[in-house]
Write a protein that binds this ligand. Sequence first.
Ligand code: PLP
Length: 388
Amino acid sequence: MKVAQRVVKITPSLTLVITSQAKKMMAQGQAVVNFAGGEPDFDTPEYIKKAAIKAIEEGFTKYTPATGFPLLKEAISRKFLRDNKLCYDPTQIVVNCGAKHSIYSIVQALCEKGDEVIIPSPYWVSYPEMVALAQAKTRFVNTDPGNNFKLEPKALKRNITAKTKLLILNSPANPTGSVYSKKELQEIIDTVLKHKLYIISDEIYEKLVYDGKKHVSCASLDKSIFARTIVVNGVSKSFAMTGWRIGYLACADKEIIKAIGNLQSHSTSNPCSISQKAALVAISSAKDALMQKMVKTFEDRRNCMMEGLDRAGLSYIKPEGAFYIFCNIKNTGLDSVSFSEKLLTKKEVAVIPGVAFGRDDYVRLSFATNAEKIVEGTKRIHKFLNTL
Ligand SMILES: Cc1ncc(COP(=O)(O)O)c(C=O)c1O
């Protein structure tokens, strides 16, 4: 066998397959409405770009410490205190090449053959593949649309075995837009603590919450859970910096931090020095007005998409955060891949099949695009449904 078993089993991301098909059609001049994207359509703010240009001009173009340069880690430490009431020393923080890389590194550092990892389903596409790459086993725990697809403590308890090591929690969530309340998190962490599990808390959509709701980090609930949580965040979604590849993680356990640092030092070395300088400016100068404007724009777009879907007669889970709407397509009688392919070829609207997230009776629509396209795209979906 040429390619290692461990790697050969990894499937290409369905998200990318549809996105590249849509991009190809656009390149051929077709007027595709793209609801498949997973990134803000805004440009990176000017003050952040300038910091990167300055970094290049000043020669900040060499290796930095593998886990990130000290000023950035200090700024991240202050951010955790300011935004999440979490007190991490900079030595308890590792800067990685995107939040995806942060999660990959944690799973590699914590899990091995024989371990089980609990992933609430629907889930972000990369989690199970990362678990498989660490040769551990995923236990999916189904969640109920009636409970906004949030993990219920009873279901969590039922799935814990002697081998369970880790729970991956994502709030605000991709693909459902669900946001866990403090009370809901408390019930989950009680179970996690009882069974001495670890939690990865993926908080990459932290800033994108709507209707006046507030994001709560589960690590902030009490001291015991603080010690067992690895918080993941980054600049990709909050500052429209997906291409810069800066994510970070924080953990009170120095042994885990050391292991992740060692792993990084022998794989990627440091994250891009120029991007680190840009991230420093993004994270330390919390430009509240700019952020509020971006969140308001996303909230308006969410409302616009919900109105369009209501007119089309598709049901969905009202997103409280992130920039996705998870739509139920069960009544169409199509599976999610056929639905997405037909919608793309017949009406030139790109969406992501829900099967990529563990639900073949749903599709994911992204509202990280302008209102005009949202109105046009939902109209086309309406027409498409009438042809079925
Ligand atoms: C839930 C979730 N976690 C992590 C990431 C990765 O973010 P990054 O671009 O910083 O690697 C994404 C990106 O789509 C995501 O949706």
